[in-house]
Design a protein around this ligand. Structure first.
Ligand SMILES: Nc1nc2c(ncn2[C@@H]2O[C@H](COP(=O)(O)OP(=O)(O)OP(=O)(O)O)[C@@H](O)[C@H]2O)c(=O)[nH]1
Ligand SMILES: [Mg+2]
Length: 295
């Protein structure tokens, strides 16, 4: 179900997005990706720790790379390069945030090198990450230190969208309380979160939508890998079973996964790419070229 407040963009050819999914172990990163993929299963979803952008061995992020093409009848097709990175699984987590940022910067550095080449490589593949989804444990009240540190760093080099996963494990009141605590912690720590609101005040309709989305941060999502075919044979529905019955992920009105899905596959896909290119990469580029000029 698509929220009626979300305006869809007209389908575009060649929609593409590079997605980084970060968070503590077991926060539902792979399940999110599977649900987003609109497939009954993605082969190799727990995939190799190489592949994709890391094939040249220069990135050493230790993430899992996954390429998917989302063919959901409700949205234009989008091809997604996903990198799934688990944080907080080591006893000593110092350096994990830096490692992620290094990965993000390495992709910028590659394109910068390409740009200043006299003869450009026509086959150059742009591996810059357009959006980082940061998965926050539903049961934590607010943010822990590692989450704050990682998000502070990631937000400087990527469009960052925080998510509370497994929202179905909280009551409505618990969810509201947890959202408020996370919003407070994000603000206190000056985490740079993706802004949905338009700087252009003329765009009233979009700004209403932007404010609606901004107020939703962190998005509270429920996802599942269990699937069945919907009424239309091209429709795949994800469900989660409970002792009291089952829920269809796509049909739960309060599930903000459905809103986030529209954001990623349609409404903000271009904006995420544009901001990566024009704001975040541009800032990196200026810093690098200035530091070269000084040295
Ligand atoms: N109740 C509930 N469980 C979920 C949800 N999403 C995922 N899970 C379950 O949580 C467990 C972990 O999910 P994964 O997707 O493997 O988590 P992950 O973040 O990829 O974990 P790592 O690879 O260890 O970092 C699985 O048993 C999922 O079925 C959800 O929305 N609600
Ligand atoms: Mg996983």
């Amino acid at each position: 179900m698509i929220d009626p407040r979300i305006v869809q963009r007209a389908p575009r050819k060649g929609n593409h997005l590079t997605l980084l999914l970060c968070g503590e172990p077991g926060t539902g990163k792979h399940t999110f990706l599977n649900t987003l993929a609109h497939a009954s299963a993605i082969s190799n979803v727990d995939g190799s720790s190489t592949g994709g952008a890391a094939e040249d061995g220069s990135d050493c992020l230790g993430g899992h790379f996954q390429d998917i093409c989302v063919r959901d009848p409700n949205f234009p097709p989008v091809s997604i390069n996903a990198i799934v990175c688990t944080v907080g699984q080591e006893i000593d987590n110092t350096g994990v945030a830096e490692k992620i940022v290094k990965y993000l910067e390495n992709q910028f550095s590659k394109i910068l090198e390409e740009e200043i080449r006299i003869k450009r490589n026509p086959k150059y593949v742009d591996t810059r990450v357009h959006v980082a989804l940061y998965f926050i444990r539903a049961t934590g009240k607010g943010l822990n230190e590692l989450d704050i540190k990682c998000m502070q760093k990631i937000g400087t080099r990527c469009n960052l969208i925080p998510i509370i996963s497994k929202a179905d494990t909280l009551t409505r009141d618990e969810l509201i309380e947890n959202k408020n605590l996370i919003q407070r912690d994000l603000e206190r720590a000056n985490v740079r979160v993706f802004s949905f609101t338009s700087a252009d005040e003329d765009e009233d309709e979009e700004d209403e939508q932007g404010q609606f989305l901004q107020g939703m941060i962190p998005f509270a999502v429920m996802t599942s890998e269990e699937t069945k075919v919907g009424k239309n044979s091209d429709e795949i529905l994800h469900y989660r079973e409970f002792p009291w019955g089952e829920i269809i992920i796509e049909e739960v009105e309060t599930n903000e996964f459905n809103v986030l899905k529209a954001v990623l596959l349609s409404t903000y896909v271009e904006e995420l790419r544009d901001r990566t290119n024009h704001d975040i990469y541009e800032q990196y580029r200026t810093e690098k070229l200035q530091s070269k000029a000084v040295n």
